[in-house]
Design a protein around this ligand. Structure first.
Ligand SMILES: NC(=O)c1ccc[n+]([C@@H]2O[C@H](COP(=O)([O-])OP(=O)(O)OC[C@H]3O[C@@H](n4cnc5c(N)ncnc54)[C@H](O)[C@@H]3O)[C@@H](O)[C@H]2O)c1
Length: 397
């Protein structure tokens, strides 16, 4: 059993991981540069839905999980799990700044042989060609005592079936020793750990998984536009196609892709693909379709109401998918902006999100000309909007 594990970045990936490891009886030090987050966690608060607050409180109170912004604490750790964001810049290209900052902070206190496992999603080659050389440059011990592994996180917030424990985890390491140590570590709390031959294979597998989802979501959304033109219900089409027992996977229409992973990770892949002179055009097309989707719903609203100037529109659900409060990269932001640009008076309702863009969630009611159901949370009581005309992203009709 390991003495102590450090988790760097306590967000949607790092916090559940830190709690899971601590619940296995391993001492965990969770580090985040966001001091307000550390303060909240220390008082047993988090906005991440999947976290059991009882577990968080127990573990922080009994010291099994220490959360802090103080990187010097990592001297106590044998294993570090790096779960910092890997976003896009304003120019929509991979932004490794948070990762590089975390690696620099780690390097200042890293001990020889402490295993550094990167869990953040990165482009192929980043672990070997960016993370490792930076550590080699900054640590004050021989490079052959640096141990680095890569194991991408596959958490799906609010998924009640697939959790951290029962979702198979792929693992690889720069050296055989780092790979075997990482496999041994994850085997403590994950039911199936799968070895990849190289860190590049593990990095690329993660990008493939998320790009597959990205392309299929965009495809089904464009397919929904086609079904709308035909006047048929896409859900019935997908259900019928889904009866084929092989070679088909069901995807359903939505307001588009959002969150920190699906709209972002494929861009890491397509950026890398361009760098090596082998563009993946499917990703670029899917990205375009996804980004055009809010304007498609605006044009449907415009048609339904005979113009949008002065029309009162209620947008229901602003998070990027049902039953979570995460608004990162939510396509609903662009939907609301585009409706307002056309002169509509837009209010929105989402009791999970409550505050968004400096505005507050309004009550569900029928006091509008139209409701656009962007994200259909389970808690919503549709009787409150009565007979209001609706457009829903979950249907082509
Ligand atoms: N959210 C998901 O569902 C999901 C799923 C699989 C993989 N991932 C990947 O995992 C990584 C983390 O994603 P997330 O959703 O947890 O992000 P997040 O934004 O929820 O959390 C990241 C945390 O890291 C902290 N942080 C930023 N820079 C730091 C630094 N230098 N040192 C310490 N802490 C720092 C931030 O304050 C934040 O609390 C990303 O690469 C993402 O693509 C996310």
């Amino acid at each position: 059993m390991n003495k102590s594990v450090g988790v760097i970045g306590l967000g949607y990936v790092g916090l559940p991981l830190a709690i899971e490891v601590a619940k296995k009886g391993i001492s965990v030090i969770g580090i985040d540069i966001d001091k307000s987050k550390i303060e909240a966690l220390n008082s047993g608060k988090t906005s991440i839905e999947d976290i059991n607050i009882g577990d968080l409180k127990t573990l922080t109170e009994n010291g099994r999980l220490e959360v802090t912004s103080d990187y010097s604490k990592i001297v106590l750790c044998d294993i570090l799990l790096v779960c910092v964001p890997t976003p896009l810049s304003n120019e929509r290209v991979p932004d490794l700044k948070p990762m590089l900052a975390a690696i620099r902070s780690i390097a200042a206190y890293l001990k020889p042989k402490t295993l550094v496992i990167i869990e953040s999603t990165v482009a192929t080659g980043t672990t070997r060609n960016t993370v490792l050389p930076l550590l080699e440059e900054l640590v004050n011990f021989p490079a052959n005592e640096i141990e680095v592994a890569y194991s991408p996180e596959r958490v799906d917030p609010s998924n009640k079936v697939w959790s951290l424990q029962n979702t198979p985890k792929i693992v690889s390491g720069i050296t055989q020793s780092s790979k075997l140590r990482a496999i041994e570590f994850y085997s403590n709390f994950i039911s199936e750990v799968i070895e990849c031959e190289s860190v590049e294979i593990a990095e690329t597998a993660k990008l493939l998984e998320n790009s597959f989802r990205f392309i299929n979501i965009s495809f089904i959304n464009e397919f929904g536009i086609f079904c709308n033109a035909l006047g048929i219900d896409i859900n019935q089409v997908v259900k019928a196609a889904g009866t084929k027992p092989y070679g088909f996977m069901e995807f359903y229409p939505s307001i588009g892709v959002g969150g920190h992973c699906i709209p972002v990770d494929p861009i890491y892949l397509s950026d890398k693909a361009r760098q090596v002179g082998s563009p993946i055009r499917m990703i670029e097309l899917a990205d375009q379709i996804n980004r055009d989707l809010p304007s498609y719903f605006v044009s449907r609203a415009e048609k339904k109401l005979n113009g949008l100037e002065g029309k009162k529109i209620l947008v229901v659900g602003v998070s990027y998918k049902p039953n979570i409060s995460d608004v990162r990269e939510t396509p609903v932001f662009n939907l609301i902006s585009a409706l307002r640009n056309k002169g509509a008076q837009v209010s929105w309702h989402d009791d999970l999100v409550k505050k968004f863009n400096g505005e507050e969630s309004t009550q569900l009611s029928n006091n509008f000309d139209l409701a656009i159901i962007a994200t259909a949370h389970d808690y919503l009581d549709w009787s409150k909007i009565g007979n209001l005309p609706i457009i829903t992203s979950r249907s082509s009709l």
